[in-house]
Design a protein around this ligand. Structure first.
Ligand code: HEC
Ligand code: HEC
Ligand code: HEC
Ligand code: HEC
Length: 453
């Protein structure tokens, strides 16, 4: 949710530099095609916040992804209507009709951009299905005014490639379904470019393009620089190897290094060729670059969005039901307080660590019932028999003994006959110290001594 506020800061910043078209390639509200009933209420509140946050700075076209449709088409339509979200989908059929227009044309900076939506067939929402994309694309392309054509795609990349091969006028395809990220645009067979959005809520992709009069093809604006960098690196490599070759003590070594030298000299010739081709290309081309901006804490919060987020937090927390049953009932977990009697020393040491305070940290932040937060701030959420809902953690709050040593109810009943995990290894730590949520601070060598007892 911090991502939403920083995203809006980035968008408003870009607008100061020139005309901006804001697109969303789908799966804004949810990342997967299915949504469990227990997850629904809270996700709905988050969806409402995201929709409101998008509306705050404006958005020009959005694709209903499989994850958005998992909330139910009725919900997506309701949010679209409430916040004027410009969904486009050329090949969507929900109960015999298409709830959204096939495309939208945006005039900005003296240019016209037509954005066509193509959903993939992974949506599991029972009321909707994807229809044949090629026919739908053909009709939408035929109806488009002159200008640049962009497709927002929820399809597989191979399907995007087939689309490009069929329709030469599709210039850019932005895929929101594939997990892979494309920092640099991938060339399509029709001379267009394929881009993938960054990771959900953590990055925003900034595509910049310059149109060249008379051009039909597109070219990666960073290619020249990349070839030049490669040439530099091969040159250095060859020079270094030649030096080592001259210092070699015997013939076999000299020969072995010689082979490496020829290999890199070959590469150098290749990249010099590519560089010349790219630099002297006669065919005029439009230039496109893609940049992924990390929505890290170095980006300032967007004040109005941050206020929305703060307000929504209350509704999000309230949407999560709180169970009156202790998480320890019918569970293999005993809770940390069951261990103290026999392991007073370890318990005292643990009591002084951040782990014992992990739950109160979350409560202070006002996120203890947030589904995207609780799992690493409680005990056992990664275990199939541990707490699976943030409202059902009573008795297992904070990172307790069993988060590292495994469930201990059987051990408590029969120590030492039933053994515990004696030396939890690094694989236990990285469930939570995952390199993303913790800001990449984890270093096993320095962290471990702080938690052993
Ligand atoms: C169930 C999730 C979880 C597991 C497993 C876990 N941690 Fe943590 N760890 C946390 C959380 C959450 C915090 C922050 C708690 C707070 O500040 O409220 C934390 C904080 C820490 C800190 C304190 C960092 C600081 O500078 O204040 C250290 C050190 C640490 N963990 C080491 C480890 C090691 C080593 C392992 C594995 C043996 C491990 N953790 C396993 C969730 C976990
Ligand atoms: C994937 C596991 C994981 C999830 C999910 C998670 N946290 Fe944490 N959190 C950690 C770990 C690990 C630390 C300790 C990081 C360190 O100090 O090295 C931590 C530390 C914190 C801290 C202490 C201050 C800081 O930033 O170090 C706060 C506050 C916090 N988390 C809040 C949240 C909130 C709010 C959410 C949900 C948006 C959340 N956490 C979700 C693992 C997680
Ligand atoms: C962050 C992970 C973590 C948590 C939480 C944790 N331990 Fe440990 N514990 C370890 C590690 C790692 C070792 C192994 C230490 C070693 O190899 O020296 C260990 C060792 C032990 C041992 C073996 C004897 C010893 O002291 O080396 C006992 C007993 C123990 N822990 C009990 C507990 C109890 C009781 C709690 C809760 C009050 C607890 N631990 C919480 C990681 C943890
Ligand atoms: C009734 C006393 C008792 C309780 C309660 C108890 N333990 Fe133990 N525990 C023992 C004994 C006895 C041993 C074996 C001797 C030793 O290493 O101290 C042991 C050993 C361990 C070890 C070392 C590895 C092993 O299995 O030998 C760990 C880790 C451990 N306990 C964790 C826990 C945790 C976590 C809890 C709470 C869920 C807990 N114990 C509750 C008595 C107890």
């Amino acid at each position: 949710m911090g991502g939403l506020s920083r995203r809006n800061t980035v968008i408003e910043g870009l607008r100061k530099d020139g005309p901006v078209v804001v697109l969303d390639a789908g799966n804004l509200f949810w990342g997967r095609a299915t949504l469990r009933d227990t997850e629904r209420a809270q996700q709905l509140e988050k969806a409402r916040l995201l929709a409101e946050g998008y509306a705050l700075v404006g958005v020009d076209a959005m694709l209903p992804g499989a994850g958005d449709l998992a909330l139910g088409i009725a919900t997506v339509r309701e949010l679209a209507a409430a916040y004027s979200l410009p969904y486009v989908a050329a090949n969507l059929d929900c109960g015999g009709s298409n709830p959204f227009p096939a495309s939208v044309s945006v005039d900005r900076g003296g240019q016209t951009l037509t954005v066509i939506g193509l959903v993939g067939n992974s949506a599991k929402e029972p009321g909707c299905r994807a229809t044949e994309p090629m026919a739908a694309a053909r009709a939408a392309i035929a109806a488009a005014p002159p200008g640049v054509i962009v497709v927002l795609s929820g399809q597989k990349v191979q399907e995007d490639e087939a689309l490009a091969a069929t329709f030469p006028t599709v210039s850019l395809i932005v895929n929101g379904q594939e997990r892979k990220q494309l920092e640099r645009p991938d060339a399509l067979s029709n001379g267009g470019m394929l881009l993938a959005a960054g990771s959900r809520g953590k990055q925003v992709g900034v595509i910049s393009y310059t149109l060249t009069p008379g051009a039909t093809k597109w070219r990666d604006g960073q290619a020249l620089q990349q070839f030049a960098d490669q040439r530099e690196s091969y040159r250095n490599r060859v020079a270094e190897l030649k030096k080592r070759q001259s210092e070699a003590k015997d013939d076999p070594t000299r020969e072995r290094i010689g082979k490496q030298v020829s290999f890199f000299e070959g590469k150098l010739v290749e990249v010099e060729g590519s560089l010349t081709d790219a630099a002297t290309a006669k065919e005029p081309a439009h230039r496109v670059t893609n940049r992924l901006v990390d929505l890290g804490t170095d980006i300032a919060d967007h004040a109005a969005t941050a206020a929305l987020v703060a307000k929504a937090k209350v509704a999000i927390q309230a949407a999560e039901p709180v169970s009156t049953v202790s998480a320890l009932a019918n569970s293999p977990f005993a809770g940390s307080s069951a261990c103290t009697g026999c392991h007073a020393e370890q318990a005292a040491q643990w009591g002084g660590t951040a782990h014992s305070r992990a739950w109160s940290t979350l409560v202070t932040a006002g996120n203890e019932r947030d589904r995207s937060c609780y799992s690493c701030h409680v005990t056992g959420a990664f275990h199939p028999d541990g707490p699976q809902d943030p409202g059902a953690v009573a008795g297992l709050e904070a990172v307790g003994c069993e988060a590292c040593h495994g469930p201990g109810k059987a051990h408590v009943a029969k120590p030492p006959t039933v053994e515990m995990i004696a030396k939890p290894d690094v694989s236990v730590c990285v469930d939570c110290h995952d390199g993303k949520q913790d800001g990449g601070r984890f270093d096993h060598a320095t962290y471990l001594p702080k938690v052993t007892h």
